[in-house]
Design a protein around this ligand. Structure first.
Ligand code: ZN
Ligand code: ZN
Length: 377
C-alpha cells in the first residue's frame, strides 16, 4: 500500500493555488475580502484541520483579502495548531470576539466590501458584525463560492480519496469477516470504528451504519443492540477520513445461504448500479444518471422501493455537490467524484443498498473501489 501521508510542501502548493483562484474570483465580484467559516472550506483553503463542535463553536475563521496574505483568525486554544498547519497564513487571535478583531483589522486592510458565507454563518453572528462594522464595511452574503471550487478534484485529491477508499475497504473486509450470529449491530459498528482509528483514519466520515434484518429498511439506520441471527441481512454503510478526504461504501451481506428473494433483489440493485456506472461521463446530466438506475428498478417492479437519490459528491465532506437525484439538471464534469448507491427497502423485510465511488472522466468513469464482496452475482 502506498504511504497515505502527503508532504507539507505538497499541501502548501495545493492550498496556495486555491487561494489565488479564490482571490481572482473576489476581484471579479468587486469584493475586497471574504470570511470563510464553513469548516471543510476552511481546511481546503488553509490546510488547518481543527474541527468545529457545532456552528456556535468555531475553531477559526479565514479572512482572505483580494490580494496579499490570507489571515486565520482564531482563539488562543488553537494558536499553535493554526501556526503549524496554516502555512502562509497570518494567524491573529481574537481576544474579545471576532467582531471586535475585524473592526480593527479591516480598515488596515482597506476592506470596504466583505463577503461572508451566508449558508454557514449564524444570523446572530452576522448581526454582531453588522453592528461592529456599521458605516465602514458592507457585508455581502455569498453562497457556494468555495464549494463550487471543491466540486472538481485535482489528481492529487483523487489520489488522496483513492487512499481513503482503499483503507475503508481493507477495514470492511477485516471486520465483515468476523461478523457472526450472536453479535449486535453496535458491536460490529464499534469494531469498524475502532479499526479505522487504529489504522490511521482521522475518524469515521459519518456515523457507521450497521443494520440487521428488518432494521435494514431504514436507509440511515442507527446501530442498536439487536442480535444477529442466521438467515438475516447485514447492511453495512461505512466511511472514514484520511488526510482530510472521505470515503463512503455500502455492502449488503446475508448470513447463511441467501434465499431467492434476497438474491433477486440484490441482483436488481446491482443491475441498477451498473446501469448508472455505464452512463457516467463528463457532460452526462446528473438526473439522467439517476434515471438510468431508477429505470432498471422500475422494470423489476421495485421502483417504489427506491426512495432516495442515487448518489452524491464526496471530498473533504462526505456529502457534497454534485447530487445525483431525479431533479438535478447540471452536467457532470471530469474530476468530480460521486457515489452510486441504489437501494431497495421493504418494510418488515429489510433493505439492500450497494454503494461504490467513481471519478468522472472525459470518456466514462473510473471506479475507485476494488472490493467486490457481494457484487459478483
Ligand atoms: Zn454511504
Ligand atoms: Zn453515500
Amino acid at each position: 500500500m502506498n504511504c497515505p501521508c502527503i508532504s507539507f510542501s505538497q499541501k502548501l502548493i495545493m492550498t496556495g493555488k486555491r487561494i489565488l483562484q479564490l482571490q481572482a474570483s473576489l476581484r471579479g465580484r468587486n469584493l475586497d475580502a471574504i470570511l470563510i467559516t464553513e469548516p471543510a472550506n476552511r481546511r481546503y483553503l488553509s490546510g488547518y484541520t481543527a474541527a468545529d463542535h457545532g456552528i456556535q463553536e468555531s475553531s477559526g475563521v479565514l479572512l482572505i483579502p483580494k490580494n496579499g496574505r490570507p489571515h486565520l483568525l482564531t482563539d488562543s486554544r488553537f494558536e499553535l495548531q493554526a501556526q503549524e498547519e496554516a502555512q502562509g497564513f497570518k494567524v491573529e487571535l481574537y481576544r474579545k470576539g471576532l467582531a471586535a478583531l475585524l473592526k480593527t483589522l479591516l480598515p488596515d486592510l482597506g476592506v470596504r466590501r466583505l463577503g461572508f458565507e451566508s449558508h454557514y454563518f449564524l444570523h446572530a453572528a452576522v448581526g454582531r458584525l453588522e453592528k461592529a462594522l456599521a458605516g465602514t464595511t458592507e457585508l455581502v452574503p455569498l453562497t457556494g463560492l468555495v464549494e463550487r471550487m471543491r466540486e472538481v478534484k485535482s489528481e492529487e485529491e483523487i489520489s488522496l480519496i483513492r487512499q481513503s477508499v482503499r483503507l475503508n475497504e481493507r477495514i470492511f473486509q477485516q471486520v465483515s469477516g468476523t461478523v457472526a450470529p450472536g453479535m449486535t449491530e453496535i458491536e460490529v459498528a464499534l469494531a469498524i470504528e475502532r479499526a479505522m482509528r487504529e489504522n490511521g483514519a482521522e475518524r469515521p466520515s459519518f456515523d457507521t451504519i450497521v443494520a440487521f434484518g428488518s432494521n435494514a429498511v431504514k436507509p440511515h439506520a442507527v446501530p442498536t443492540d439487536r442480535i444477529l441471527r442466521e438467515g438475516e441481512i447485514v447492511l453495512i454503510d461505512m466511511g472514514l477520513i484520511l488526510n482530510g478526504y472521505c470515503s463512503d461504501m455500502t455492502r449488503t451481506l446475508f448470513v447463511g445461504k441467501p434465499d431467492s428473494i434476497f438474491l433477486e433483489r440484490l441482483r436488481a440493485v446491482r443491475k441498477a448500479q451498473l446501469a448508472a456506472v455505464k452512463v457516467i461521463r463528463a457532460g452526462a446530466v446528473c438526473r439522467e444518471v439517476d434515471q438510468a438506475a431508477r429505470q432498471v428498478l422500475n422494470k423489476e417492479g421495485m421502483g417504489k422501493a427506491f426512495g432516495h437519490s442515487l448518489g452524491h459528491g464526496v471530498g473533504l465532506a462526505v456529502h457534497e455537490a454534485p447530487s445525483l437525484n431525479p431533479r438535478n439538471r447540471k452536467q457532470l464534469r471530469a474530476g468530480m467524484i460521486v457515489t452510486i448507491e441504489p437501494g431497495v427497502y421493504f418494510p418488515g423485510w429489510g433493505g439492500i443498498r450497494l454503494e461504490n465511488m467513481a471519478v468522472v472522466r472525459e470518456d466514462g468513469c473510473e471506479l475507485l473501489n476494488e472490493d467486490s464482496t457481494g457484487l459478483d452475482l
